[in-house]
Design a protein around this ligand. Structure first.
Ligand code: ADP
Ligand code: MG
Length: 153
């Protein structure tokens, strides 16, 4: 895997995945940022660090995957790749249009389909706990102070 992987982009509106209603908001990168992902970065759940504009650096957990959608009324199916980041911090306000920079450091698991919303939510909570634990290890913690996060944007 091509880790660590650094990415920067403007936060855009996601497509009706309703993460905020589940208590787990995920900030989406625009298509041109997602397209830059190297092929070695497979779909699934990653952990790392994130910064919004010139704010502090926080732990994050990221999901990369394919979302199917109907392309037109003739119901031909297409899929778009998404890259969405949940930052482990409670923000006062949304930050659509802000600059989000992330470093992906480790891979937790592949994409999964869940039988129920409850199972999905509990999987996300365990991904967050696992990411939190890993990021406290010195080999991952040190990236918090990487020049990528200390430079002004
Ligand atoms: P969308 O479908 O637009 O991605 P979400 O319900 O996933 O909607 O909410 C994501 C938005 O919530 C982000 O774009 C950001 O503006 C805001 N937000 C607030 N707190 C967080 C957080 N801790 N992590 C990620 N996004 C957050
Ligand atoms: Mg989202």
């Amino acid at each position: 895997k091509r880790l660590p992987y650094f990415a920067v982009g403007t936060v855009v509106k996601g497509f009706g995945r309703g993460s905020k209603e589940l208590g787990i908001p995920t900030a989406n990168f625009p298509e041109h940022v997602v397209e830059q992902l190297p092929d070695e970065i497979t779909t699934g759940i990653y952990f790392g660090w994130a910064r919004v504009d010139n704010g502090p650096t926080f732990k994050m957990v990221m999901s990369i995957g394919w979302n199917p959608y109907y392309k037109n009324e003739r119901k031909s199916m297409e899929a778009y790749l998404f890259q969405e980041t949940h930052i482990m911090h409670v923000f006062e306000d949304d930050f659509y249009g802000s600059e989000l920079r992330v470093v992906m450091l480790g891979y937790i698991r592949g994409e999964k389909n869940f039988k129920s919303l409850e199972e999905l939510i509990s999987a996300i909570h365990s991904d967050i706990a696992e990411s939190d634990r890993q990021l406290s290890l010195p080999e991952y913690e040190k990236y918090k102070d990487h020049s990528f996060f200390t430079e002004k944007s």
